[in-house]
Design a protein around this ligand. Structure first.
Ligand SMILES: Nc1nc2c(c(=O)[nH]1)N[C@@H](CN(C=O)c1ccc(C(=O)N[C@@H](CCC(=O)O)C(=O)O)cc1)CN2
Ligand SMILES: [Mg+2]
Length: 300
């Protein structure tokens, strides 16, 4: 069997088209232009690419876009000051602080400072709680992207065995919540899980979010399973020339492709969905802040 490749890039492009339609309707019917502020501290090259893409795509779907690039030496108090101003700015409906932050800044303090109604990452305790009990609101961007790709694969996920590998607040925990909502039987695996291969072998759906290149072997995958690879790991690629690198996921793509039913590639799978879902979340928060019902087809 050769797995079908799930084209996250094309799906994200289509989603951005639908988001642009909603933005246009908010502008014409409600005189509302959703606004997103993205904030980066320091010069991590990968983070810079993500933040630039976020700001550009925000503008491309017709939203108001602000980008704040703060120096590596920014103090926590300075960053909190910016967040306080953005919290009070009526043009801004979503605030995204790119992670990771430099060591002198406590990410928890920063997350707690974001006004919950502008929390487009779904990081604040209120948003996490709303997600857990199924209230409307933003949904963690990467898990929402994974869910949209999965929903496109299955008429129903009810009763399927799903394993989420990785228990981060960013991906693993919210992903498990979303799969539970789909009535999957969810197993959360992590670094202390015993016999991970055996746990993965039982799963109809595998979501890999461990952050270790090619850790999930092809032989672990159940024949016909759907594999969602969240990992983005840069490894040496001497075959491309001296000093060259390439991106790989947490799954051994070639090995898994030979047994899975469907699989996301890296790059071009989950990554582009993360940014598209951030834009969808901004439409959601802008709608809720203005007492409007958020569009259902953009959220979970
Ligand atoms: N505040 C946040 N910080 C971070 C988040 C987040 O959701 N909120 N997630 C990750 C990184 N991330 C978003 O910020 C992200 C990662 C990857 C991509 C992406 O499009 N990847 C491409 C490859 C890009 C490349 O060539 O490097 C792909 O997979 O095709 C988008 C967003 C950490 N921080
Ligand atoms: Mg983990």
């Amino acid at each position: 069997m050769t797995a079908r490749i799930i084209d996250g890039k094309a799906f994200a492009e289509d989603l951005r088209g639908r988001i642009a339609g909603h933005v246009n309707r908010l502008k014409t019917d409600h005189q509302l232009t959703p606004g997103l502020a993205v904030v980066i501290v320091g010069h991590d090259p990968a983070s810079q690419v993500y933040v630039t893409n976020k700001a550009r795509q925000t503008a491309e779907v017709g939203m108001h876009s602000e980008k704040y690039e703060l120096p590596e030496t920014t103090s926590e108090a300075e960053l909190l000051g910016l967040i306080t101003r953005l919290n009070a700015d009526p043009k801004i409906h979503g605030i995204l602080v790119q992670l990771p932050l430099p060591a002198q800044i406590d990410p928890t303090r920063v997350i707690l400072a974001i006004a919950p109604e502008k929390d487009v990452d779904c990081f604040t305790p209120g948003s996490v709680g709303r997600l857990a009990i199924g209230l409307p609101g933003p949904v963690s961007c990467t898990p929402l992207g994974c869910l949209m790709l999965l929903r496109n694969e299955f008429e129903s996920m009810a009763g399927l065995d799903a394993v989420v590998i990785g228990r981060s607040n960013l991906v693993g925990k919210p992903m498990a919540q979303l799969l539970l909502r789909e009535n999957c039987t969810v197993t959360m695996a992590h670094s202390r899980t015993r016999d991970l291969a055996e746990v993965v072998r039982r799963a109809d759906i595998v979501v890999a979010a461990v952050g270790r290149a090619k850790m999930i072997a092809g032989e672990w995958i159940k024949p016909g399973a759907t594999v969602i690879d969240v990992g983005i790991n840069r490894i040496d690629a001497p075959e491309k020339g001296p000093g060259k690198t390439r991106l790989v996921g947490d799954v051994d793509f070639e090995g898994a492709k030979a047994v899975a039913g469907a699989i996301t590639p890296v790059p071009g799978g989950v990554g582009p969905m993360t940014i598209a879902c951030l834009l969808a979340n901004t439409v959601t928060t802008a709608s809720l802040i203005n007492g409007l019902t958020p569009p259902r087809d953009l959220t979970a």
